[in-house]
Design a protein around this ligand. Structure first.
Ligand code: PEP
Length: 249
């Protein structure tokens, strides 16, 4: 299984800052991602083009957008289409990030629409799933993962497998400094792996990432767990030094 090391820059970095961080990252890594790994940077829309240009200096590095609207074009003020994302030089898109689910009110159906449309338009998609603290305390982790995955993957064909990744990001671990423990990560990843195998009817080939307060100090332990094929990193990916430590963990 290929390893995906992903950075989510959220609403941070101008285009100049994004390019400088990627150039720094590339320098620290000697111009290429570690063997068997791919590096993904989900940059703000305004920085996609500059980030993509800077990423040419890092072999095995790709740029993604953090969001998109599921339509070709049209009267959707403030939204961005997959074609616009691709034209800016990005090849990935994040779909279903918890900040969009919970702060911006996106539901499973809308996320499913985005996922299908992005794939149709030739983008690679990282689907984020994960439970809130309340749902965890109510014993609903399995039910939430099953619901989020099955609704997002409705009518997603087997041909999508090569263009899909799933990130398990417990909402209570994002940006809180409190990562999920190894047991919780393994349980959730085993569940997600089984659901993916059931959906596609074959041995899992879709990479499964963990996200939520990943740092240089805990990355190696998390990456060594069964069914963990990479990490999605917010805060600790903003500085090239700390993201390099995670990428090489
Ligand atoms: C994220 O934004 O997807 C994330 C995991 O953030 P952080 O690493 O800061 O918890």
């Amino acid at each position: 299984m290929r390893r995906l090391m992903a950075a989510n820059w959220k609403m941070y970095k101008t285009s100049e800052e994004a390019a400088a961080t990627i150039e720094h990252l590339s320098k620290l890594l000697g111009g290429s991602a570690p063997a068997g790994s791919e590096i993904l940077v989900f940059a703000p829309f305004t920085a996609l083009e500059a980030a993509a240009a800077a990423m040419r200096s890092l072999q095995g590095g790709y740029i993604g957008a953090q969001n998109m609207y599921p339509a070709e074009n049209g009267a959707f003020t403030g939204e961005i289409s997959p074609d616009m994302i691709r034209a800016a030089g990005a090849s990935w898109v994040l779909v279903g990030h918890s900040e969009r689910r919970h702060l911006l009110g996106e539901n499973d159906e809308f996320i499913g629409n985005k996922l299908r449309f992005a794939l149709e338009k030739g983008l690679d998609v990282m689907l984020c799933v994960g439970e809130t603290l309340q749902e965890r305390e109510n014993g609903e982790v399995s039910a939430v993962l099953e619901r989020q995955l099955s609704r997002a993957l409705t009518e997603v064909p087997e041909t999508a497998i090569a263009h899909l990744a799933v990130a398990y990001e417990p909402v209570w671990a994002i940006g809180t400094g409190r990562s999920a423990g190894p047991e919780d990560i393994m349980k959730a990843h085993t569940l997600a792996a089984n659901l993916l195998e059931k959906h596609f009817g074959r041995v899992r080939e879709v990479p499964l990432l963990y996200g939520g307060s990943v740092k240089p100090e805990n990355a190696a332990t998390i990456l060594a767990l069964d069914n963990v094929d990479g990490v999605l990193v917010g805060g600790a990916s903003l500085q090239a030094e700390s993201f390099t430590k995670i990428v090489t963990a």
